[in-house]
Design a protein around this ligand. Structure first.
Ligand code: OAD
Length: 259
């Protein structure tokens, strides 16, 4: 493979593999880029969702109050894209890191569920999961409500046909919207893992949405080596100790082969 036989990343890959082997605790933080090779659209960049759609119309509590049907339709469209997607070699390599590395914690901003599908046992899904619904009255979470029923309900007419909890209240997607806080329990677990990490892999994220965007600096403050894996520069690039430039679906398996 290019990376193992002297490609542009060869030296850096070997260096990262060395650091990973010696590390007592490793954190990987992923963003939409890791799922790009599975065909799931990212948010920013030339083909990103936020080029075509306005976050304030679709991914805020106000947007849902104003037009829950529109918001549901958008999430159900995204679900249909994700349903057609399969984990790619990047997801699969990360799932195997769990058994190959000591104290490996996977943090993701993705809501697509592809890390679990790839075999990661306990990814901390900081922005929620698009396959779950949450009751707007009680907050109870419904795993995988039937998509076909919801789709029909969300597109068939009156607002009363919106997806509903057994208690009768409207369900919302169980994801974090702009202007909302993250689940404090998940943030606590994530921050604890970040603080104890000796290496942090930051993969396929533009690293600009807080609070998650603050995690690399927190890890660095604790002495961790920061490795960025991305096809392009991000605001984090200048602060990373090592930058592996390329597709995560190629670089992560190449890294795994060196462990
Ligand atoms: P973005 O769309 O902002 O960034 C995707 C990143 O992945 C970019 O830096 C790309 O360069 C990189 N990338 C694309 N393809 C790649 C590949 N094959 N291999 C490696 N890198 C690749 O997505 P996020 O950073 O995840 O939040 O966005 C963060 C949050 O903003 C999302 O969780 C979402 C969004 O608005 C909410 O909806 C609350």
């Amino acid at each position: 493979m290019m990376e193992e036989s002297g490609g542009p990343n060869a030296g850096d890959l070997a260096r990262v593999a060395d650091v990973l082997r010696g590390a007592h605790a490793v954190v990987a933080l992923t963003g939409a880029g890791i799922s790009a090779e599975s065909g799931v659209p990212t948010f920013r960049g030339a083909e990103g969702l936020w080029r075509t759609y306005r976050a304030e119309d679709l991914a805020t509590p106000d947007a849902f109050r104003r037009d829950p049907r529109l918001v549901w339709e958008w999430y159900l469209w995204r679900r249909s894209r994700i349903a057609a997607a399969r984990p790619n070699p990047g997801h699969l390599a990360l799932a195997r890191f769990e058994t190959r590395l000591r104290q490996f914690t996977l943090l993701t901003q993705n809501v697509d569920g592809l890390h679990r599908q790839a075999g990661s046992r306990d990814p901390i899904e900081l922005h929620g999961n698009i396959w779950r619904g949450r009751c707007t009255a009680s907050g109870c979470v419904i795993s995988r409500p039937p998509v076909a029923d919801e789709l029909m309900a969300a597109t068939s007419g009156a607002p009363s046909d919106l997806p509903r909890c057994a208690c009768g209240a409207v369900l919302r997607p169980d994801v974090v919207w702009f202007g909302e806080g993250l689940d404090p329990e998940k943030v606590d677990r994530a921050v604890a893992a970040v603080r104890r990490s000796k290496v942090m892999l930051v993969i396929g994220t533009s690293a600009i949405v807080y609070p998650v965007a603050a995690f690399p600096a927190l890890a660095r403050h604790g002495g961790a080596t920061i490795v960025e894996i991305n096809v392009a520069d991000t605001p984090l690039t200048g602060d990373a100790d090592v930058v592996l430039r390329g597709a995560s679906g190629e670089l992560l398996p190449a890294l795994e082969r060196l462990l």
